[in-house]
Design a binder for this molecule. Structure first.
Ligand code: ADP
Length: 256
């Protein structure tokens, strides 16, 4: 009887080990598939800025150009370089998060200061938009990783600029309730129709609109935002009206 039980236990153990190995292999295969998909999408997206950069630098090297033409070419090269840098940055961050390589250094983070810093950086980078910070000075801190949360604010502000016309205003705001601190990034840009408002957070998803396709991107920025916010125990969502503008909200647990 004991031998029977022993045999049954060993048989079950063996099955469990095999199941674990099978699950492990399936997970690893899924990770690899995602990685391949990501790499091919990113390389595809890298192609456009690189082609523009090569074309414009060749033009500058091979032609006698006046100051105005030189400035136009350099502006395009600068814009494309920024795009490339944003794409690579989002891609690497997402890979690191997915592979759980990021060890969060958690500390109290002031959302007000974070938004003010991000506003200063993007004001210097984009002189075509006005960035306004409307945040109460006594906003309580949240528990989080400053660098990652800065990336969240940065990606949302960068989108607000990308998807609104020159001369637009981007408003950054915040409020606190009992448990959460909520901050938002509001633009008066192209907006997102209701059927896409959930989907914009999916990997590689871009609203297919010929106008918007002119704006570079790989559809990774909001995915990264969602991943970081979720890792902080928070939530991100959007309220938007087509042709009127969008507001992206982020709620994070406040420090007790
Ligand atoms: P990317 O900007 O690189 O395409 P994101 O993941 O940041 O990728 O955004 C996904 C899509 O969501 C964008 O392609 C765009 O269609 C839409 N989107 C994001 N932010 C805004 C915004 N502020 N206003 C309008 N559409 C937006």
């Amino acid at each position: 009887w004991y031998q029977c039980i022993d045999k049954a236990i060993r048989w079950t153990d063996d099955r469990l080990v095999r199941m674990e190995i099978a699950i492990d292999i399936t997970e690893r295969k899924e990770m690899e598939r995602m990685k391949d998909e990501m790499i091919s999408a990113v390389s595809h997206e890298m192609h456009t800025p690189l082609t523009a950069m090569i074309g414009f630098t060749e033009f500058l090297l091979e032609n006698e150009v006046d100051r105005e033409q030189q400035k136009n070419c350099l502006q395009t090269i600068h814009k494309e370089t920024e795009r490339l840098s944003e794409l690579i940055n989002n891609f690497l961050q997402l890979q690191r998060l997915k592979a759980s390589m990021v060890k969060f250094r958690i500390m109290p983070v002031s959302v007000g200061l974070l938004l003010a810093d991000a506003a200063a950086l993007y004001t210097a980078a984009s002189r075509k938009h006005t960035i306004v910070v409307e945040c109460p000075p006594d906003l309580p801190p949240v528990r989080g990783n400053e660098e990652q949360l800065y990336q969240v604010a940065g990606n949302l502000i960068s989108n607000a600029i990308k998807y609104s016309p020159a001369g637009g205003t981007v408003t950054l705001g915040g409020r606190a309730d009992d448990d959460m601190v909520v901050f938002w990034v509001k633009d008066n840009g192209v907006g997102i129709s209701p059927e896409f408002q959930e989907r914009v957070f999916e990997r590689f998803f871009r609203v297919d609109n010929s106008d918007r396709r002119k704006v570079g991107g790989a559809g990774l920025g909001l995915t990264l935002v969602r991943e970081i916010v979720a890792a902080h125990g928070g939530r991100v969502w959007v309220e938007s009206t087509p042709d009127a503008g969008s507001t992206f909200f982020v709620s994070l647990p406040r420090m007790k």
